[in-house]
Design a protein around this ligand. Structure first.
Ligand code: HEC
Length: 398
């Protein structure tokens, strides 16, 4: 009897946690599973609730021998005529993931000799048809839930960083307000970030800075930015990733889905992390989990200090960690420990634009979110993968 009660309680507790529990698994879940769940060589699953499919530049996935037949079957099983039965959140989320797979089918000027070219060519039209069928009207995209705003308003996380706990999550309350002391900035040349190009320009990334003395001090600092002019201790920076979607008219539209937020707050601006003997910055990261979002929960969650997130910037290299390593958890550094690999410099030398200058970095300046969005959309429109999608979109039969 007691066991039965315990079992029932456990069952009740786990049901809402698992995306596939409760309902019959349908063609949506089948396809989502194929695109998102990856297995390391030791069999452990990764990526189910990640913000994009775990595809690295040289990944065979999902065109590898094990996944490709499942991909074909899941695509064939997806009835395009019945798309209306899925919620707008489901359609938005699945379109984003299928878009990533579509882009992975396209030849890239950076990547030659990728495996399985024939398989990539064979599914391209079907993926485009699906992207088009899943597409929402622009007005529907704009009315999707705002993840960052909802998370800030929920006040689940401290709004201030804690100097004594450098990996403890913090989410400043003004971060989603336009009129706050957080100023959006970018390089003086193109404001399109390195992150945006690494993510195939399917997202826009906004960089923000906030000096401890508030709005006027922040504006003064950024309007007269010089690499030698160091901001004070207590300065905070943020990187916000917002998702693009493709509308039913085939246009790129900026959605209200913030899928990632990264934050750093300076405890020390004089020392390189290597010489500091202690953490120079507090770090935090929040992500929007697709399964939460599709279930109607728009809140983003904090990445914990013990979490591994395998999909990181430039992990591309020549390899796909999941195809190479037996146990990625023992070979990959914890997510929040990776930040200092790039941002470990002293003061302004820790800023991403200084670390990865991509051409000569003249200066940083205020940038509006609109101009960054436009520039990123233009970069996507010039991308070969986008041109192929447009062609396939027009050819498609629905
Ligand atoms: C592989 C290098 C790399 C790693 C690792 C990395 N970043 Fe960055 N980060 C960058 C680059 C480059 C930029 C500049 C924006 C761009 O061009 O994409 C940036 C920008 C930022 C910004 C905006 C302010 C600034 O410094 O320019 C924040 C905040 C940020 N990153 C936080 C983090 C956090 C938190 C982590 C760890 C979870 C992290 N980063 C890991 C490369 C990296």
């Amino acid at each position: 009897m007691t066991w039965r009660i315990i079992f029932t309680c456990l069952f009740v507790l786990t049901v809402p946690l698992h995306p596939l529990f409760g309902d019959e698994k349908d063609e949506f879940d089948d396809l989502y599973d194929v695109l998102m769940v990856r297995h390391a060589l030791n069999g452990v699953a990764f990526g189910e609730n990640e913000i994009t499919p775990m595809i690295f530049k040289f990944s065979a996935f999902p065109f590898d021998d094990a996944t490709y037949p499942r991909l074909r079957a899941a695509l064939d099983g997806f009835k395009l005529g019945e798309i209306e039965k899925f919620s707008v959140e489901q359609r938005a989320m699945l379109q984003r993931q299928v878009w990533a797979i579509f882009d992975a089918t396209t030849p890239s000027r950076f990547v030659t000799r990728r495996p399985h070219e024939k398989r990539r060519n064979a599914v391209r039209q079907q993926l485009a048809d699906l992207i088009r069928s899943l597409a929402l009207k622009k007005s529907e995209i704009l009315s999707l839930p705002h993840t960052l705003r909802a998370t800030v308003e929920a006040k689940k996380y401290p709004t201030r960083f804690d100097l004594d706990k450098p990996t403890s999550p913090f989410l400043p309350s003004e971060l989603s307000e336009d009129s706050s002391a957080w100023m959006c900035f970018g390089r003086s040349g193109s404001p399109v970030t390195f992150h945006a190009s690494e993510s195939g320009w399917r997202s826009v990334f906004f960089q923000f800075i906030r000096l401890p003395n508030g709005r006027v001090a922040t504006i003064d600092y950024i309007d007269d930015w010089k690499k030698d002019d160091v901001f004070p201790v207590g300065t905070q920076v943020a990187l916000i990733e917002k998702a693009f979607l493709v509308s039913d008219e085939g246009e790129i539209v900026l959605s209200p889905m913030t899928v990632g937020v990264q934050l750093r707050a300076y405890r020390n601006v004089e020392q390189h992390i290597r010489d500091a003997g202690t953490a120079t910055q507090c770090v935090a990261e929040f992500i929007s989990r697709p399964w939460d979002y599709m279930r109607g929960d728009a809140l983003m969650v904090a990445v914990r200090p013990t979490d591994h997130r395998l999909k990181v910037l430039m992990t591309g290299g020549k390899h796909d960690v999941l195809e190479l390593v037996h146990d990625p958890k023992t070979s990959a550094v914890l997510r929040l420990k990776q930040c200092m690999n790039c941002h470990g410099g002293a003061g302004t030398n820790s800023l991403g634009d200084v670390v990865v200058p991509r051409g000569k970095l003249k200066t940083l300046q205020q940038r509006s979110q609109t101009e960054i969005t436009e520039a990123t959309m233009n970069a996507k429109r010039a991308d070969d993968a986008w041109k192929l999608l447009r062609n396939a979109w027009n050819k498609g039969t629905r």
